[in-house]
Design a protein around this ligand. Sequence first.
Ligand code: PMP
Length: 405
Amino acid sequence: MTEARIVELQSQYDAFVGAGLKLDLTRGKPAAEQLDLSNELDGILNGFYILQDGTDVRNYGGIMGIPEARRLGGELIGTDSNHVMAAGNSSLTLMYQYVEHNLVNWHELGHETLKFLCPVPGYDRHFTVCEHFGIEMICVDMTETGPDMDQVQWLVQDDPAIVGIWCVPKYSNPTGYTFSRETVRRFAELPKTAGAGFQIMWDNAYAVHHLNDQHDELGDLLVLAEKAGTADQVAVFASTSKITIAGAGVAFMATMPDRLAAFERYLADQTIGFDKVNQLRHAQFLQDAAGIREHMEKHRELIKPKFDLALQKLATLADKDIATWTEPNGGYFISLDTKPGLASEVIALASAAGVKLTPAGATFPYGRDPQNRNIRIAPTYPSIEELNQAMDVFITCLELATLNA
Ligand code: PMP
């Protein structure tokens, strides 16, 4: 039975190899039709560059961002605009800069070794920021309700060298999980006895990126942390990269005003100000929370069929004990676990058949998935036809590698 199935799968696989496909399921990029949704940004200012307070957005200055954009960031993040900085085109850059800004503080507090907690699977570019600064990474298990908070609490109390944790709290990259109320509450109440200067890097990149009618709800960490007296441990990040234009949107950061002011002083040595013209364009285009919601509905119409298709293809494996995968309510990814030891083999097979997948291990610090089983699937960028083919190749490789193991 298995032998016959292997022969059948091998012949399907050979046909894919022969077809000379060139398909890509790697990075979570918006498709061109999604980018088209924001074409109005170009020219929206129509010659009006002066703000109500008299600021000319074409000129230098104002690192904290224009009030209109800070308000927009407040609506996106769900927080008071006094807590928000509107910055440049990338939240990843802001996170990198925020870590660098904290280095001085951590060293002044006497830390020699620096360590970060990394819920896994997670976002590879968070890990490369740590690698860049020589910050050691410690894996924490990601569950359907967020990081394993018993582990987090225990580690943070046990090891004073731990100075931070990466979190993608909503529709997480790559699992799509959203942290539960209880998890957010426990983050807010993480005791101050933790490594001095501890920072929760709360990367809310997918705050408004719903796929289903039923939206996940995320507790407000800043408000809860303020109540618990731990708000100086919280730094929230977001951007419009996957709302308007990837790489040409506006990034935001939110934290307590005194910490924001200190970060502003750090930034002042490297910039006179961010792109305020783009900030104003975004404020006019998206307006407020309702405008963002309306716009994201258009994205959903474009990408929901892609997620549905990818999940339908995976569902054909459902009763075969081959893999497990997430079915997210939002975000940009599906996270799939093969049987232990098989992820790199599946990825290599798919690559030889012309389907590029994110390298095995990429969702773990140092590119090392200890069980070699996690694969991140990003269905947004290819067309439906391309995705259809790519998923056929992928599930063939997955079953073939499993049966051959
Ligand atoms: N955070 C997460 C979790 C992401 O998935 C991404 C995009 N892949 C980013 C940040 C990058 O955002 P930006 O374009 O604002 O730098």
